[in-house]
Design a binder for this molecule. Structure first.
Ligand SMILES: Cc1ncc(COP(=O)(O)O)c(C=O)c1O
Length: 355
Protein backbone atom coordinates (compact mmCIF):
# COMPACT_ATOMS: atom_id res chain seq x y z
CA UNK A 1 0.00 0.00 0.00
CA UNK A 2 1.17 3.57 -0.68
CA UNK A 3 -1.31 5.67 1.27
CA UNK A 4 -4.48 5.08 -0.69
CA UNK A 5 -2.81 3.28 -3.61
CA UNK A 6 -2.02 -0.42 -3.82
CA UNK A 7 1.02 -1.34 -5.86
CA UNK A 8 0.22 -4.26 -8.11
CA UNK A 9 3.27 -6.37 -8.85
CA UNK A 10 3.94 -8.48 -11.91
CA UNK A 11 7.26 -10.27 -11.49
CA UNK A 12 9.53 -11.19 -14.37
CA UNK A 13 9.31 -14.89 -15.30
CA UNK A 14 13.05 -15.36 -15.55
CA UNK A 15 15.57 -12.81 -14.31
CA UNK A 16 17.98 -11.39 -16.94
CA UNK A 17 20.68 -10.70 -14.35
CA UNK A 18 22.86 -13.68 -15.31
CA UNK A 19 23.09 -12.27 -18.88
CA UNK A 20 25.44 -9.56 -17.52
CA UNK A 21 28.58 -9.19 -15.44
CA UNK A 22 26.91 -6.53 -13.30
CA UNK A 23 30.19 -5.50 -11.68
CA UNK A 24 31.52 -4.55 -15.13
CA UNK A 25 28.74 -3.11 -17.25
CA UNK A 26 28.93 0.26 -19.00
CA UNK A 27 27.05 2.96 -17.08
CA UNK A 28 23.38 3.47 -17.93
CA UNK A 29 22.92 0.89 -20.64
CA UNK A 30 21.65 -2.27 -19.01
CA UNK A 31 18.50 -2.07 -16.94
CA UNK A 32 17.37 -4.26 -14.07
CA UNK A 33 14.44 -6.67 -14.28
CA UNK A 34 11.62 -4.43 -13.05
CA UNK A 35 10.25 -0.88 -13.29
CA UNK A 36 7.80 1.05 -11.14
CA UNK A 37 5.08 3.15 -12.75
CA UNK A 38 2.47 5.48 -11.24
CA UNK A 39 -0.12 7.27 -13.34
CA UNK A 40 -1.67 10.68 -12.71
CA UNK A 41 -4.94 11.83 -14.25
CA UNK A 42 -8.07 13.78 -13.25
CA UNK A 43 -6.15 15.65 -10.57
CA UNK A 44 -4.89 12.60 -8.67
CA UNK A 45 -2.51 9.68 -8.63
CA UNK A 46 -4.58 6.77 -9.96
CA UNK A 47 -2.60 3.61 -10.38
CA UNK A 48 0.75 2.24 -9.22
CA UNK A 49 2.38 -0.92 -10.49
CA UNK A 50 5.63 -2.77 -10.85
CA UNK A 51 6.18 -4.80 -13.99
CA UNK A 52 9.06 -6.30 -15.95
CA UNK A 53 11.26 -3.56 -17.47
CA UNK A 54 10.09 -3.01 -21.04
CA UNK A 55 9.68 -0.32 -23.66
CA UNK A 56 6.21 1.18 -23.76
CA UNK A 57 4.60 2.70 -26.83
CA UNK A 58 4.06 6.47 -26.59
CA UNK A 59 2.38 8.94 -28.89
CA UNK A 60 4.71 11.25 -30.83
CA UNK A 61 2.45 14.05 -29.58
CA UNK A 62 3.35 13.30 -25.93
CA UNK A 63 3.80 16.74 -24.41
CA UNK A 64 7.04 15.93 -22.51
CA UNK A 65 8.79 15.54 -25.90
CA UNK A 66 7.73 18.98 -27.09
CA UNK A 67 7.40 21.28 -24.11
CA UNK A 68 9.85 19.80 -21.65
CA UNK A 69 7.72 19.00 -18.62
CA UNK A 70 10.20 16.29 -17.67
CA UNK A 71 12.14 16.05 -14.42
CA UNK A 72 14.25 13.36 -12.84
CA UNK A 73 16.39 12.23 -9.95
CA UNK A 74 19.54 10.15 -9.64
CA UNK A 75 20.24 8.08 -6.56
CA UNK A 76 21.95 4.84 -5.58
CA UNK A 77 21.49 1.59 -3.65
CA UNK A 78 24.49 -0.21 -2.15
CA UNK A 79 25.12 -3.77 -1.00
CA UNK A 80 27.23 -4.49 2.06
CA UNK A 81 29.33 -7.60 2.69
CA UNK A 82 26.40 -9.32 4.43
CA UNK A 83 24.34 -8.86 1.25
CA UNK A 84 22.06 -6.20 2.79
CA UNK A 85 20.91 -3.45 0.45
CA UNK A 86 20.52 0.20 1.52
CA UNK A 87 19.69 3.50 -0.15
CA UNK A 88 21.74 6.68 0.40
CA UNK A 89 19.59 9.60 1.63
CA UNK A 90 16.51 8.73 -0.46
CA UNK A 91 14.31 11.31 1.28
CA UNK A 92 16.59 14.07 0.03
CA UNK A 93 16.00 12.93 -3.55
CA UNK A 94 12.28 12.66 -2.84
CA UNK A 95 12.19 16.25 -1.59
CA UNK A 96 14.24 17.54 -4.52
CA UNK A 97 11.99 15.78 -7.03
CA UNK A 98 8.99 17.57 -5.60
CA UNK A 99 10.85 20.89 -5.67
CA UNK A 100 11.44 20.22 -9.39
CA UNK A 101 7.77 19.26 -9.83
CA UNK A 102 6.56 22.54 -8.30
CA UNK A 103 8.88 24.65 -10.49
CA UNK A 104 7.82 22.80 -13.64
CA UNK A 105 4.08 23.02 -12.79
CA UNK A 106 3.81 19.26 -12.38
CA UNK A 107 1.94 17.34 -9.67
CA UNK A 108 3.89 16.56 -6.50
CA UNK A 109 4.45 12.92 -5.66
CA UNK A 110 3.20 11.75 -2.27
CA UNK A 111 6.00 10.48 -0.04
CA UNK A 112 4.35 7.06 0.38
CA UNK A 113 4.13 6.67 -3.37
CA UNK A 114 7.78 7.58 -3.94
CA UNK A 115 9.21 5.62 -1.02
CA UNK A 116 6.76 2.70 -1.32
CA UNK A 117 7.40 2.25 -5.04
CA UNK A 118 11.16 2.62 -4.60
CA UNK A 119 11.40 0.12 -1.74
CA UNK A 120 9.26 -2.52 -3.46
CA UNK A 121 11.19 -2.13 -6.71
CA UNK A 122 14.65 -2.40 -5.16
CA UNK A 123 13.55 -5.39 -3.04
CA UNK A 124 12.66 -7.22 -6.25
CA UNK A 125 15.94 -6.29 -7.96
CA UNK A 126 18.51 -6.79 -5.17
CA UNK A 127 20.42 -9.28 -7.34
CA UNK A 128 21.22 -6.34 -9.63
CA UNK A 129 23.09 -4.40 -6.93
CA UNK A 130 26.83 -4.83 -7.65
CA UNK A 131 29.07 -6.15 -4.91
CA UNK A 132 32.33 -4.57 -6.17
CA UNK A 133 34.12 -1.91 -4.09
CA UNK A 134 32.88 1.02 -6.21
CA UNK A 135 29.71 -0.61 -7.53
CA UNK A 136 26.11 0.41 -6.84
CA UNK A 137 22.68 0.26 -8.37
CA UNK A 138 21.95 3.63 -10.00
CA UNK A 139 18.28 4.51 -9.65
CA UNK A 140 16.50 6.90 -11.98
CA UNK A 141 13.09 8.16 -10.81
CA UNK A 142 11.49 10.49 -13.36
CA UNK A 143 8.24 12.32 -13.95
CA UNK A 144 6.96 13.13 -17.44
CA UNK A 145 3.96 14.90 -18.90
CA UNK A 146 1.95 12.44 -20.97
CA UNK A 147 -0.88 14.44 -22.56
CA UNK A 148 -1.09 13.49 -26.21
CA UNK A 149 -1.55 16.96 -27.61
CA UNK A 150 0.36 19.65 -29.45
CA UNK A 151 -0.03 23.09 -27.84
CA UNK A 152 1.87 24.71 -25.00
CA UNK A 153 -0.03 24.14 -21.77
CA UNK A 154 0.33 22.37 -18.45
CA UNK A 155 -0.30 18.68 -19.05
CA UNK A 156 -3.27 17.04 -17.35
CA UNK A 157 -1.69 13.57 -17.23
CA UNK A 158 1.69 12.32 -16.02
CA UNK A 159 3.68 9.18 -15.42
CA UNK A 160 6.11 8.75 -12.55
CA UNK A 161 8.52 5.94 -13.39
CA UNK A 162 11.52 4.40 -11.62
CA UNK A 163 14.11 2.35 -13.49
CA UNK A 164 17.57 1.25 -12.37
CA UNK A 165 20.90 0.05 -13.73
CA UNK A 166 24.09 -1.37 -12.21
CA UNK A 167 26.92 1.17 -12.09
CA UNK A 168 30.66 1.19 -11.50
CA UNK A 169 32.79 4.31 -11.54
CA UNK A 170 31.45 7.11 -13.79
CA UNK A 171 34.71 8.90 -14.57
CA UNK A 172 37.47 6.29 -14.48
CA UNK A 173 40.23 8.89 -14.50
CA UNK A 174 40.73 12.41 -13.11
CA UNK A 175 39.31 15.00 -15.49
CA UNK A 176 40.34 18.23 -17.23
CA UNK A 177 37.76 21.01 -17.40
CA UNK A 178 37.33 24.17 -19.45
CA UNK A 179 36.00 27.37 -17.89
CA UNK A 180 32.93 28.23 -19.97
CA UNK A 181 32.13 31.92 -20.31
CA UNK A 182 30.08 31.99 -23.53
CA UNK A 183 27.31 29.51 -22.74
CA UNK A 184 25.44 29.16 -19.46
CA UNK A 185 23.92 26.14 -17.77
CA UNK A 186 21.46 28.22 -15.79
CA UNK A 187 20.23 31.78 -15.48
CA UNK A 188 18.72 33.85 -12.69
CA UNK A 189 15.01 33.12 -12.40
CA UNK A 190 15.41 29.95 -14.47
CA UNK A 191 15.37 26.27 -13.57
CA UNK A 192 19.02 25.57 -12.77
CA UNK A 193 18.22 24.70 -9.15
CA UNK A 194 15.96 21.80 -10.19
CA UNK A 195 16.56 18.65 -12.20
CA UNK A 196 14.64 19.57 -15.34
CA UNK A 197 15.55 17.56 -18.44
CA UNK A 198 16.08 20.76 -20.46
CA UNK A 199 19.01 21.77 -18.26
CA UNK A 200 20.90 18.79 -19.63
CA UNK A 201 19.88 19.29 -23.27
CA UNK A 202 21.22 22.84 -23.26
CA UNK A 203 24.54 21.74 -21.77
CA UNK A 204 25.42 19.27 -24.52
CA UNK A 205 26.60 21.68 -27.24
CA UNK A 206 29.09 23.62 -25.06
CA UNK A 207 30.29 20.33 -23.59
CA UNK A 208 30.83 18.97 -27.10
CA UNK A 209 32.93 22.03 -27.99
CA UNK A 210 35.01 21.59 -24.82
CA UNK A 211 35.52 17.90 -25.57
CA UNK A 212 36.70 18.74 -29.09
CA UNK A 213 39.39 20.84 -27.40
CA UNK A 214 40.49 17.91 -25.22
CA UNK A 215 38.58 18.62 -21.99
CA UNK A 216 36.16 16.13 -20.44
CA UNK A 217 33.83 18.74 -18.98
CA UNK A 218 33.14 22.43 -18.61
CA UNK A 219 33.03 24.53 -15.47
CA UNK A 220 30.01 26.77 -15.82
CA UNK A 221 30.20 30.43 -14.82
CA UNK A 222 27.40 32.82 -13.91
CA UNK A 223 25.51 34.33 -16.83
CA UNK A 224 25.48 37.88 -15.42
CA UNK A 225 29.18 38.56 -14.87
CA UNK A 226 31.07 35.42 -16.02
CA UNK A 227 33.25 35.97 -12.95
CA UNK A 228 32.03 33.24 -10.63
CA UNK A 229 32.16 29.47 -10.83
CA UNK A 230 28.85 27.65 -10.64
CA UNK A 231 29.05 23.89 -11.30
CA UNK A 232 31.14 21.48 -13.33
CA UNK A 233 29.15 19.51 -15.89
CA UNK A 234 26.60 17.60 -13.85
CA UNK A 235 28.47 17.97 -10.58
CA UNK A 236 28.78 20.55 -7.86
CA UNK A 237 32.30 21.89 -7.68
CA UNK A 238 34.56 22.27 -4.65
CA UNK A 239 37.97 23.82 -4.04
CA UNK A 240 40.41 23.44 -1.19
CA UNK A 241 42.32 26.70 -0.90
CA UNK A 242 44.81 26.73 1.96
CA UNK A 243 42.95 24.86 4.69
CA UNK A 244 39.46 25.95 3.64
CA UNK A 245 36.88 23.97 1.69
CA UNK A 246 35.14 26.36 -0.65
CA UNK A 247 32.04 25.81 -2.78
CA UNK A 248 29.59 28.11 -4.56
CA UNK A 249 26.61 28.93 -2.34
CA UNK A 250 23.24 27.54 -3.39
CA UNK A 251 21.16 29.85 -5.56
CA UNK A 252 18.55 29.53 -8.28
CA UNK A 253 21.32 28.59 -10.73
CA UNK A 254 22.90 25.82 -8.66
CA UNK A 255 21.55 22.35 -7.95
CA UNK A 256 21.38 21.45 -4.26
CA UNK A 257 23.39 18.24 -4.68
CA UNK A 258 22.99 15.40 -2.21
CA UNK A 259 26.69 14.62 -2.52
CA UNK A 260 27.54 18.32 -2.03
CA UNK A 261 25.57 18.46 1.20
CA UNK A 262 27.13 15.16 2.38
CA UNK A 263 30.69 16.33 1.64
CA UNK A 264 30.05 19.61 3.48
CA UNK A 265 28.54 17.76 6.46
CA UNK A 266 31.58 15.47 6.72
CA UNK A 267 34.02 18.37 6.37
CA UNK A 268 32.26 20.30 9.16
CA UNK A 269 32.15 17.16 11.31
CA UNK A 270 35.93 16.83 10.86
CA UNK A 271 36.42 20.42 11.98
CA UNK A 272 37.47 21.74 8.61
CA UNK A 273 36.84 25.36 7.67
CA UNK A 274 33.98 25.43 5.16
CA UNK A 275 32.75 28.39 3.13
CA UNK A 276 29.63 28.38 0.98
CA UNK A 277 29.76 31.62 -0.98
CA UNK A 278 30.43 33.02 -4.43
CA UNK A 279 33.76 31.62 -5.67
CA UNK A 280 35.43 33.89 -8.23
CA UNK A 281 37.56 32.73 -11.13
CA UNK A 282 40.05 35.42 -10.11
CA UNK A 283 40.61 34.07 -6.59
CA UNK A 284 40.99 30.50 -7.84
CA UNK A 285 43.59 31.50 -10.43
CA UNK A 286 45.39 33.66 -7.86
CA UNK A 287 45.47 30.64 -5.55
CA UNK A 288 46.92 28.54 -8.39
CA UNK A 289 49.64 31.14 -8.98
CA UNK A 290 50.40 31.27 -5.24
CA UNK A 291 50.54 27.47 -4.99
CA UNK A 292 47.72 27.67 -2.51
CA UNK A 293 45.07 25.75 -4.46
CA UNK A 294 45.32 22.26 -3.00
CA UNK A 295 42.36 20.40 -4.49
CA UNK A 296 39.57 20.83 -7.02
CA UNK A 297 36.87 18.24 -7.50
CA UNK A 298 33.37 17.71 -8.74
CA UNK A 299 30.86 15.80 -6.67
CA UNK A 300 27.64 14.07 -7.61
CA UNK A 301 25.77 10.82 -7.27
CA UNK A 302 26.96 9.32 -10.55
CA UNK A 303 30.58 10.41 -10.22
CA UNK A 304 30.85 10.54 -6.37
CA UNK A 305 34.15 12.48 -6.29
CA UNK A 306 35.75 13.36 -9.63
CA UNK A 307 39.21 14.82 -9.22
CA UNK A 308 39.88 17.76 -11.52
CA UNK A 309 43.54 17.84 -12.49
CA UNK A 310 43.55 20.55 -15.12
CA UNK A 311 41.64 23.77 -15.84
CA UNK A 312 41.66 25.60 -19.15
CA UNK A 313 40.83 29.31 -19.27
CA UNK A 314 41.34 31.95 -21.99
CA UNK A 315 43.54 29.65 -24.07
CA UNK A 316 45.81 28.70 -21.16
CA UNK A 317 45.96 25.37 -19.33
CA UNK A 318 46.67 25.21 -15.63
CA UNK A 319 47.86 21.96 -14.05
CA UNK A 320 46.47 21.28 -10.59
CA UNK A 321 48.07 19.34 -7.71
CA UNK A 322 48.38 15.57 -8.28
CA UNK A 323 45.62 13.36 -6.90
CA UNK A 324 48.12 11.62 -4.61
CA UNK A 325 48.53 14.91 -2.68
CA UNK A 326 44.81 15.46 -2.16
CA UNK A 327 44.12 14.52 1.41
CA UNK A 328 40.61 15.90 1.87
CA UNK A 329 38.90 14.64 -1.28
CA UNK A 330 40.59 11.24 -0.97
CA UNK A 331 39.40 10.92 2.64
CA UNK A 332 35.88 12.12 1.84
CA UNK A 333 35.63 9.75 -1.14
CA UNK A 334 36.75 6.79 0.99
CA UNK A 335 34.52 7.75 3.90
CA UNK A 336 31.43 8.07 1.73
CA UNK A 337 32.21 4.73 0.08
CA UNK A 338 32.69 3.06 3.46
CA UNK A 339 29.48 4.50 4.92
CA UNK A 340 27.56 3.37 1.84
CA UNK A 341 29.09 -0.10 1.90
CA UNK A 342 28.42 -0.50 5.63
CA UNK A 343 32.14 -0.43 6.50
CA UNK A 344 32.11 2.83 8.47
CA UNK A 345 29.75 4.15 11.12
CA UNK A 346 26.76 5.97 9.62
CA UNK A 347 26.84 8.79 12.19
CA UNK A 348 24.52 11.04 10.19
CA UNK A 349 21.92 8.27 9.63
CA UNK A 350 22.10 8.59 5.87
CA UNK A 351 21.54 4.95 4.95
CA UNK A 352 18.01 3.58 4.66
CA UNK A 353 17.86 -0.19 4.65
CA UNK A 354 15.79 -1.87 1.92
CA UNK A 355 16.37 -5.49 2.80
C1 LIG B 1 23.66 19.89 -12.59
C2 LIG B 1 24.01 18.98 -11.47
N1 LIG B 1 24.66 19.47 -10.41
C3 LIG B 1 25.00 18.70 -9.37
C4 LIG B 1 24.68 17.36 -9.33
C5 LIG B 1 25.03 16.54 -8.14
O1 LIG B 1 23.88 16.25 -7.39
P1 LIG B 1 23.77 14.94 -6.52
O2 LIG B 1 24.92 14.94 -5.61
O3 LIG B 1 22.47 15.06 -5.82
O4 LIG B 1 23.81 13.80 -7.47
C6 LIG B 1 24.01 16.80 -10.42
C7 LIG B 1 23.70 15.38 -10.44
O5 LIG B 1 22.65 14.95 -10.28
C8 LIG B 1 23.63 17.63 -11.50
O6 LIG B 1 22.98 17.13 -12.55
Amino acid sequence: MTGTLDITIEKIKKSRVSDYDINNVPFGKCFSDHMFVAEYADGKWQKAYIKPYADEPMSYATSAFHYGQAIFEGMKAYKNEAGEVSLFRPHTNFERLNKSAIRMAMPEIPEELFMGGLMELIKLDTDWVPTSETGSLYIRPFLIATDEAIGVKISDTYKFIIISCPAGKYYGEPIKVLVETNFYRAVKGGVGFVKAAGNYGRSLYPTKLAQQKGYQQVIWTDSETQQYFEESGTMNVMFVIGDTLLTPALSDTILDGVTRSSVLALARDWGMKVEERKVSIKEVFEAIEANNLKEVFGCGTAATIAHIIGIGHNGKDYALPPVADRKFSTKVDETLRNIRKGKAEDKMHWMVKVI
